[in-house]
Design a protein around this ligand. Structure first.
Ligand SMILES: C[S@@+](CC[C@H](N)C(=O)[O-])C[C@H]1O[C@@H](n2cnc3c(N)ncnc32)[C@H](O)[C@@H]1O
Length: 256
């Protein structure tokens, strides 16, 4: 058994997306995303004034949502972590994958819709959130819709502890996920993970810290409006084990 420290720096990527990325599908089973992917698909279709064929996902991670959305949309998947792009390519070999940072990536083309799922929580300052919103805007066709899905807004944040995990092929993982707010006066919270990893070599435990952004609903709505979006909020509720409810921001880009 070994215990190692996670990344402490706010700019460093969590271990789940770097040295432990190969364990992502054992932590987060793609099959568990069917219900929410259907909700996101419906939101985008309802908010869009144009038919949706091409979708850009920023911070696509292991590609779990994309594995469902690709049935209806042509998905282009962007992530900052090369190891997560590798995981997603395995699951979604037919999708285009691009290495990039949602704060500044510029692909030089536009899409019918833009989707940023829980990866948006890695925007830990309002300036970064603004840049991610701008990236969504510049890649979105007029009349199209963008969907942003933070785990929490400040008004509804509650410290929480979740556990879960899966058995896949010859590997098993169980995790404890503990989200708490060391300083309620700033715009970040912390999620500490303990992972138990079992494979042919035995069981080991690893520690990982994720520092994530927490913004008031009003901050979200102001940044989206300043960018030019017309925005409404929607609530996603779920009964799927390992998945959690969230309030999402559904933003439309006016048609030219
Ligand atoms: C929880 S995973 C996303 C999982 C995804 N929602 C799915 O359906 O599989 C979060 C991802 O955000 C990515 N990420 C964090 N900061 C980013 C940034 N600035 N630009 C692009 N991706 C980023 C991480 O590399 C990680 O792969």
């Amino acid at each position: 058994m070994s215990v190692s420290a996670g990344n402490q720096g706010e700019t460093a990527l969590p271990r789940l997306y770097t040295d432990l990325a190969a364990w992502w599908p054992v932590l987060s089973n793609p099959d568990d995303y069917a219900e929410e992917a259907e909700f996101y698909r419906k939101c985008l279709r309802e908010a869009s004034r144009i038919p949706i064929r091409s979708v850009l996902e920023l911070g696509s991670g292991g590609g779990n949502n994309a594995s469902f959305l690709k049935a209806d949309f042509e998905m282009t998947l962007v992530d900052i972590a090369p190891a997560m792009l590798r995981v997603s390519r395995n699951l979604n070999p037919e999708c285009e994958h691009i290495h990039g940072d949602m704060r500044d990536v510029r692909l030089g083309r536009i899409f019918d819709a833009v989707f940023i799922h829980d990866a948006i929580i890695y925007m830990t300052a309002a300036g970064d959130l603004r840049r991610a919103i701008e990236t969504a805007w510049v890649h979105l066709r007029p009349g199209g819709a963008a969907l942003f899905c933070p785990d929490f807004v400040k008004e509804t944040f509650q410290p929480r502890t979740i556990h879960g995990g899966h058995d896949r092929m010859l590997r098993s993982l169980r995790y404890l996920e503990w989200t708490w707010d060391p300083d309620p006066n700033d715009a970040t919270v912390v999620t500490d993970f303990a992972y138990l990893l079992r494979d042919k070599d035995g069981v080991r435990v690893e520690y990982d810290r994720h520092v994530t952004g927490l913004f008031e609903r009003g901050v979200w709505l102001r940044l989206l409006e300043e960018q030019g979006f017309k925005t409404e909020t929607r609530s996603f509720e779920t009964t799927t084990p390992d998945r959690v409810a969230c309030e999402v921001f559904l933003a439309s880009k006016p048609a030219d």
